[in-house]
Design a protein around this ligand. Structure first.
Ligand SMILES: Cc1ncc(COP(=O)(O)O)c(C=O)c1O
Length: 361
């Protein structure tokens, strides 16, 4: 056997939410509702669809390695320089690029737990050491514990906001206080994958902090509210020096052309974004009421997903729901054994979920 690198010895492959087609095939079901991967139940903007169709004529050509159209569109949206953006095949790829750029063997990075598992994987692949700190009693990142864990080996701090899977947020004031206390040679990654969904006036305006801090990277994605998860496009916003370093590591054509075209077109459709926010807010209220009626505890959500305590073995409930054609995320992967993470769907999908949940519980 060919010897692999020691750093991957105990790494588990990422376990994605089950695809609809697989569940249909395995269980012989014709109707399957997937509320497992925090995708947009409305799909994507019709403008994105048109851009993808138009792009097919150019499928033989390499993409623009600079993502010029998308870069310029975002630069003018945020009133920043185009050189403050870096694009990736999803923010997943940007996390890899950040780790490859900044982590030397033995360096430490800090994350909450449960939080987004890729922070751990990208750290360990680079032979770094991941420090996972428990959430507070109200399921939020414990920024004080993060500060206490900093030492001379600390290189990166991963702030998932809203936190996946708990949906809780760090406020503007908390984030400011935290950043004031982080040494400036430590990189703070502000992962805001669910940014557009958050309807809370205390949520940070992180992009404005770029004027004050040289050690932060803000991450956003087109996978969530823009509904382009299948095309893979996300972006980092930071200062020009950090972006220039990340660009040394980035592959030449890392964002495909269809994704670039669809993302740029999506930015012009803020009506779609508003519709997505509305359906998410209404779905959230419906699910809150249903959980309350069922006597189930839930964590108030800021993204497009809710953690609910079903007070039973989550893997079993997950399997029982699957048999009824409903795919959710079992909390056991987050060490929350009695919990399910449920993506907020359309009204019809939410009703199917609640009826199935009532019957399996
Ligand atoms: C917190 C967080 N960050 C990053 C990602 C990766 O998103 P993508 O690679 O699709 O942009 C996700 C996806 O679920 C996420 O929840």
């Amino acid at each position: 056997m060919i010897k692999y690198r020691k750093t991957i010895e105990n790494l588990e492959p990422y376990k994605p939410g089950k695809p609809i087609s697989e569940v249909k095939r395995e269980l012989g079901l014709s109707d399957v509702v997937k509320l497992a991967s925090n995708e947009n139940p409305l799909g994507c903007s019709p403008r994105a669809v048109k851009a993808i169709v138009d792009w097919t004529n150019d499928a033989a050509l390499y993409p623009d390695g600079n993502c010029t159209e998308l870069r310029n569109a975002l630069a003018s949206k945020f009133n920043l320089s185009p050189s403050q953006f870096l694009f990736g095949a999803g923010t997943d790829q940007i996390l890899e690029i950040i780790a490859q750029t900044y982590i030397n063997p033995g360096d430490e990075t800090i994350m909450g737990w449960p939080s987004f598992s890729r922070y751990e994987a990208v750290t360990r692949i680079m032979d770094g050491i991941i420090i996972k700190l428990p959430l507070t009693d109200d399921y939020r990142l414990d920024l004080d514990a993060f500060l206490d864990a900093i030492n001379e080996k600390t290189r990166i701090i991963w702030v998932c906001n809203p936190n996946n899977p708990t949906g809780t947020i760090i406020t503007e004031q908390e984030q400011r206080e935290f950043l004031k206390n982080v040494p400036e040679n430590i990189l703070v990654v502000l992962d805001e994958a669910y940014y557009e969904y958050v309807q809370n006036s205390n949520y940070p305006r992180s992009v404005e902090l770029l004027n004050e801090y040289d050690n932060i990277i803000v991450l956003r994605t087109f996978s969530k509210i823009y509904g382009l998860a299948g095309l893979r496009v996300g972006y980092a916003i930071s200062n020009e020096n950090i972006i220039a370093c990340l660009n040394r590591v980035r592959g030449p054509f890392n964002v495909n052309a269809a994704a670039q075209a669809a993302a740029a077109a999506s930015l012009n459709d803020q009506e779609f974004v508003q519709d997505s926010i509305k359906i998410n807010q209404e779905g959230k209220q419906y699910l809150y009421r249903a959980f309350k009626d069922m006597g189930l505890e839930y964590i108030p959500a800021n993204g497009n997903f809710i953690m609910v305590n079903v007070e039973k073995d989550s893997l079993q409930v997950f399997k029982d729901l699957l048999l009824k054609g409903v795919i959710v995320r079992s909390g056991d992967i987050f060490d929350m054994d009695n919990w399910l993470r449920i993506t907020i769907g359309t009204p019809e999908q939410n009703t199917v979920l609640i009826n199935a949940l009532k019957s399996v519980l």
